[in-house]
Structure formats: C-alpha cells, structure tokens
Design a protein around this ligand. Structure first.
Ligand code: NAI
Length: 335
C-alpha cells in the first residue's frame, strides 16, 4: 500500500522519522511517498508544498503529516487549512483517552472530539476595514453542520458510543451557532438509539476540567473543536498524546494535534507518540488491527519506562531512544 508522508516543520522531521522506523519494524508493507511542505520549505523554494505532493495524496487517498508552521501576520495561509479545503476533509476526528503509565490529571478519560473542518472562522474571510478595525466572517452552513453531526452519530453507532453532545455558543451567536445547533437537533432525531444533548462552549470547558468522564462524543464547529482538543490533550498528559484524522470521502490525512514545537525543534527530545498514535489510527482504518494493537502495546510499555519516555512527560529519553524502545516492544510482541 502506498501512502504519503509529509515531515513538515520544526520537530516534524524528527517524529516522522520515528514513524518510518516503526512502520518498518511492524512490517506494514507501506511504501511511503515522502514530500516536503511547510514554512521551512516555503523559505527555501517559494512554494508551500513540493511538486507532486497533492497528486500523490489524490492517488493514494492517505497521508500522514507532521506539523507545519504558520507564521503569524505574514499573509501566509495555513497549509493545514488549505489541505483540508483542497481534499474536502470535512471531519476532524480526535480521540482522547488516558494512557496507562502516563501521568495525568485523570486516569479514565475516553472521549472523541469530532471537529467540523471546513468552515466557521477558519474560512479565512477576514479583512481590514481601516487601520483600527478588522472584520472576520464566521461562516456556518446547514449542509456542513448536518454532515458533521451525522458523521458524529455514525461514528458513535459504529464504535459502540452512547451519547453525542453538540458544542455551541448559540445564546450569543444566535444565527451562526444557532444554525449549527438547529442542524444538530434535527440530525439527532435520525438516531433514536444514541443520546443527544448540547452544551455551551464555556460551560463545557469547566465541565471537561472537573469531570471529563461525563462526555462521550463531542461534535463542534471548527474553532471550538480546535480549542477543546488542546484542553482535552491536557487532561490525558499533554499535546504529545493527541492524534487526529482529517477525513473526507476520498482522502484521509492523519496527523498529531500539536504544532511544530519550535522551542524544542532540533534538540532530539520531541515526543513522537501523538504521530505514532495517528499512525495507529491509519493502521486500524486499513485493516491492520493486529499491527495497530502491537504498536499500542509497545507504546504503552515505552511510555511507562522513565528512561525511554521523553522530557515532556518527565522522562530522560530522547526521540530516538523512545523510538528504539517502541521498536523493541514491537519485536518482543511479535515473538
Ligand atoms: P505547539 O503545539 O507546537 O507547542 C506548544 C507546546 O507544546 C510547546 O512548548 C512545545 O514544545 C510542546 N510540544 C508540542 N508538541 C510536542 C511534542 N510532540 N513533544 C514534546 N513537546 C511538544 O504549538 P505552538 O507553539 O502554538 O505552535 C507552533 C507552530 O505550529 C505554529 O506555527 C502553529 O501554526 C503550528 N501548528 C501546526 C499544527 C499542525 O500542523 N497540525 C497544529 C498546531 C500548530
């Protein structure tokens, strides 16, 4: 099977290398078509992606992507946002669960965030009215709202989940979030076997921090989905443990929720777990459940070893020491 591998910026190449090695140890047979993209590549070449990358994504339908940086205030449009719009990856699936051996605030978190990935304030419809005023358009449509809520319910029913909660601020944004909530309520009626409720985004943040176990599947417009993803990552040990999949009808782009971590780039201490967990999602989606299980077990073992774990979770390991520990776990499981 062919798949595209985009290393990206900052810690991207370090963690993408880890995935390549782990894929080999697992004997996945995946042939990675590697492409450069990101702010670093743009500086060198004046282009956002290497030629052939978008064709390769179209051909394979699968990409695993490292983080790409988006310089603030330079007119540089996020590569992630462009890829999501280009490949119509309308759903961003972000599972969040506690990991044995990883110290965190909670030990029993198990929820899934379904983030709408194509519209809302991410549409890029903003402009300066004058020196002191800027306008941004929050675009919410009924078709995109219904599609993402239906995705959340379908995901819930396929995966034995029991409740879908719609996230909004319709008390203030009566038209935009009001439309999202209305669409959610309508779609919910098609799924009588799955419970449905809704929560205002600010209350949700408080509830997530005090008791995240009350949530199962959260479905949210783009911006709220983005923000609560990082919050939820914080509940299970940090950004190093949050994978995601950008899902469209023909293409899935897997990535970590975190960014390019410029503060630690090049130091060899990045935690590759989130990208490896995104790779685990890829394996499961492509009929390689046994390999995904093997990777999961090896990850948990390496994370519980303070000499292998990276400094972000209190270990003394480096990216390559951690990767070697994961590979050792895989080889042990295979025996
Ligand atoms: P960030 O997620 O890169 O970093 C936030 C903090 O978490 C930093 O202290 C960083 O060292 C730490 N961190 C993140 N991932 C880590 C890992 N795997 N191992 C250990 N520590 C880790 O967020 P920040 O600094 O706001 O953004 C940096 C750049 O990344 C920006 O240009 C932003 O646009 C971009 N970005 C890209 C994303 C993507 O490509 N999917 C997502 C989010 C941000």
């Amino acid at each position: 099977m062919d798949a595209v591998l985009i290393a990206g910026d900052g810690i991207g190449p370090e963690i993408a290398e880890s995935v390549g090695k782990v894929s080999e140890a697992l004997n996945t047979g995946i042939h990675w078509r590697k492409f450069a993209a990101g702010a670093g590549y743009y500086e060198k070449s004046g282009a956002l992606f290497e030629e052939g990358m978008t064709d390769a994504i179209k051909e394979t339908g699968i990409a695993l992507k490292g983080p790409t940086a988006t310089p603030i205030g330079t007119g540089f449009r996020s590569i992630n946002v462009q890829l999501r719009q280009m490949f119509h990856t309308y759903a961003n699936l972000r599972p969040v669960h506690s990991i044995p051996g990883v110290k965190s605030r909670y030990e029993n978190v198990d929820l899934v965030i379904v983030r709408e990935n194509t519209e809302d304030l991410y549409k890029g419809l903003e402009y300066r009215v004058d020196d002191n005023t800027a306008h941004g358009i929050k675009l919410i449509t009924r078709p995109a709202s219904e599609r993402i809520v239906r995705f959340a319910f379908d995901y819930a029913s396929r995966n034995g989940r029991h409740k879908v909660t719609a996230v909004h601020k319709a008390n203030i944004m009566k038209e935009t979030d009001g439309l999202f909530l209305e669409a959610a309520r309508n779609v919910a009626k098609e799924y009588p076997d799955i419970a449905f409720d809704s929560v205002i985004i600010d209350a949700l943040c408080m509830k997530l921090v005090t008791d995240p176990t009350q949530f199962d599947v959260l479905v949210a417009p783009n911006l709220y989905g983005d923000i609560i993803s990082d919050l939820c990552a914080g509940l299970v040990g940090g950004l190093g443990f949050a994978p995601s999949a950008n899902i469209g009808d023909a293409t899935v782009i897997y990535e970590a929720v975190h960014g390019s971590a410029p503060d630690i780039a090049g130091k060899g201490i990045a935690n590759p777990t989130a990208l490896l967990m995104a790779f685990e999602m890829l394996l499961r989606d492509h009929g390689m459940e046994d390999k995904a299980d093997c990777l999961k077990a090896a990850l948990e073992k390496a994370l519980a070893d303070p000499q292998a774990a990276t400094p972000d979770i209190g270990g003394t390991g480096t990216t390559s020491v951690f990767t070697d520990a994961v590979i050792a776990g895989i080889l042990e499981n295979k025996r």
